[in-house]
Design a binder for this molecule. Structure first.
Ligand code: GUN
Length: 290
């Protein structure tokens, strides 16, 4: 069993980004700038946002966090996004999800200028990504690709099973790994909550790579995978005792794995690192450096 160490990979990527930023700044340009919008005080979102802001500093970026009350209206949030879109000093913006019930998240995402959409959630970026064109790629999916690349895990020609069809993770990673990208050319099966249990097991038991993003602690058990599998655990679940665990029963499944991501210190770290790559790209696009 080998660990896919997200912290090690992310640290290496961030050091590379910081070097590029230092070169741009030495040349007389301003730093890249990320704006983060956080609505309410959902505990996991607070923690993700904190990590994004801290990593901006480590990358040599400026950042600002705009906090809005849980009761904000969709109209007010859309107005704020228009201001950020028009602000030339911001290269990229993220609106942390989930949003409160009174707000239609897709309408908010659609309002973000595609050239500032570093989450890669806008239909323009998602569509361009799906077509294999240059785009901001959704950060978690992109981070998983970067992690597989860093550890030189073979992907092309492999059978990959994705569990969970969210717009944020399952859908984009299934497209990216099946596309003719540098990390791609896999044969991908996308399974989800409506997949019958027997069919799910048929698929996962013969998969070379399993990616799970369902938000259920211990969902993947040893009987579901074959020996030598590569297991990517996207889950970040807080147990009642305060412990952070993924969607995989790590202690039981790890001995069967060739490669496995830990939680914490796996995909979560890579999501933030990929967001930094996207922000640097937005900045370089602005200054026509790319
Ligand atoms: N909530 C959970 N994951 C994400 C993410 O990647 N981006 C944003 N904006 N919100 C999230």
């Amino acid at each position: 069993m080998n660990l896919l160490d997200g912290k090690k990979c992310a640290d290496s990527l961030i050091a590379g980004i910081a070097k590029q930023v230092a070169r741009h700044v030495d040349f007389g340009l301003r730093k890249p700038h990320m704006t983060v919008v956080l609505v309410g005080n959902h505990a996991p979102s607070e923690s993700y946002v904190k990590s994004k802001v801290t990593t901006c500093t480590l990358s040599g970026f400026e950042s600002n966090l705009i906090r809005l009350p849980e009761t904000v209206t969709e109209k007010e949030l859309l107005w704020l996004i228009q201001q950020i879109n028009a602000d030339a000093s911001t290269d990229g913006v993220i609106v942390q999800l989930p949003l409160p019930k009174q707000i239609n998240a897709q309408r908010v995402i659609n309002a973000i200028a595609p050239e500032k959409d570093i989450d890669g959630f806008h239909p323009t970026n998602f569509g361009r990504m799906a077509l294999g064109q240059k785009a901001f790629r959704p950060a978690t999916a992109y981070g998983i690709c970067k992690l597989l690349q860093f550890y030189q895990v073979p992907v092309a020609g492999k059978h990959c099973v994705v569990i969970g069809r969210s717009n944020i993770v399952g859908k984009p990673i299934s497209i990216m790994l099946s596309n003719d990208f540098d990390i791609g050319n896999a044969t991908v099966t996308l399974t989800h909550i409506e997949t019958p249990r027997e069919l799910l097991l048929d698929e996962t038991r013969r998969a070379d790579i399993v990616i799970v993003a369902v938000g259920i602690p211990g969902f993947v058990t040893p009987d579901m995978v074959k020996d030598g599998v590569t297991l990517i655990d996207v889950g970040i679940n807080r147990l009642e005792n305060g412990k952070l665990v993924g969607d995989v029963d790590f202690a039981a499944v790890a001995p069967k794995c060739e490669w496995i991501t830990p939680v914490p210190g796996g995909v979560g770290r890579m999501t933030v690192a990929a967001l930094m790559i996207n922000t640097l790209m937005a900045y370089q696009n602005n200054f026509e450096l790319a």
